[in-house]
Design a protein around this ligand. Sequence first.
Ligand SMILES: C[S@@+](CC[C@H](N)C(=O)[O-])C[C@H]1O[C@@H](n2cnc3c(N)ncnc32)[C@H](O)[C@@H]1O
Length: 229
Amino acid sequence: MDHADPTGGGHVWTMVVMPRWWSDWMSRLDRDGAATARRRREGRPFAGEFFRHPIRVGAVAETTTDCVGGFLDEVRLEGARTVVELGAGSGAITAELARRLPDSSRLLAVEVSPVLTDRLRARCPDVDVACASAFDLPDLLRERDLPAVDLVVCSVPWTVMGEERDRFLSTVRATLSDGGAFSTLLVAHRAREGGAAATWVGRHFADVRSGRVQWTNLPPLCGLHADAA
Ligand SMILES: C[S@@+](CC[C@H](N)C(=O)[O-])C[C@H]1O[C@@H](n2cnc3c(N)ncnc32)[C@H](O)[C@@H]1O
């Protein structure tokens, strides 16, 4: 998820510490309180990693449960047999993605932080987790003898990639099957149809669409979805 500015415009406010009043308010939105309790427990390694590597992590807390649910509702999961998640963090998206995919699908989650990878492995013991950079994806697929990927779900801090963004997207495109799908989360105001993010995603993918704004995250996020033509 792009919790930082995907266009490189430097909106530092997107990386500020989540205030207590916000998490209290979010708690009240929880249907049974369990998601909040889990977030508090799991937020610790995430926040710790943010303060150690703010640029790379790009968010002080993992994506909220409601935001993940709303985002995944828009992702094309039908027929996706080989699925990759990049920037999986502590597993907020991974856990729900694994729950929604059929048993016959193969999910590979890639996370560069060893601390978050440990958390991810503990949380999603049945998922194939690689502690590696997204740029290593072709090697990771080769090592596992995996075919072209049907779906890449992605949540990385686009801002800090700068010039690397195009290399990142072309790496993803090269691993996707023709007709495969790409979905990423990013700061809502940057995900507008025809906006900057749509333009740079559109250099590599076809039919770029933005999803609904997910207001239950701070900052609010939005999915951007595209096809490998
Ligand atoms: C904004 S966090 C999102 C984490 C998680 N997906 C979530 O939604 O809560 C971005 C994640 O991308 C990871 N990341 C950043 N650059 C990466 C790269 N080149 N390869 C793999 N992971 C990366 C960070 O360590 C961080 O866990």
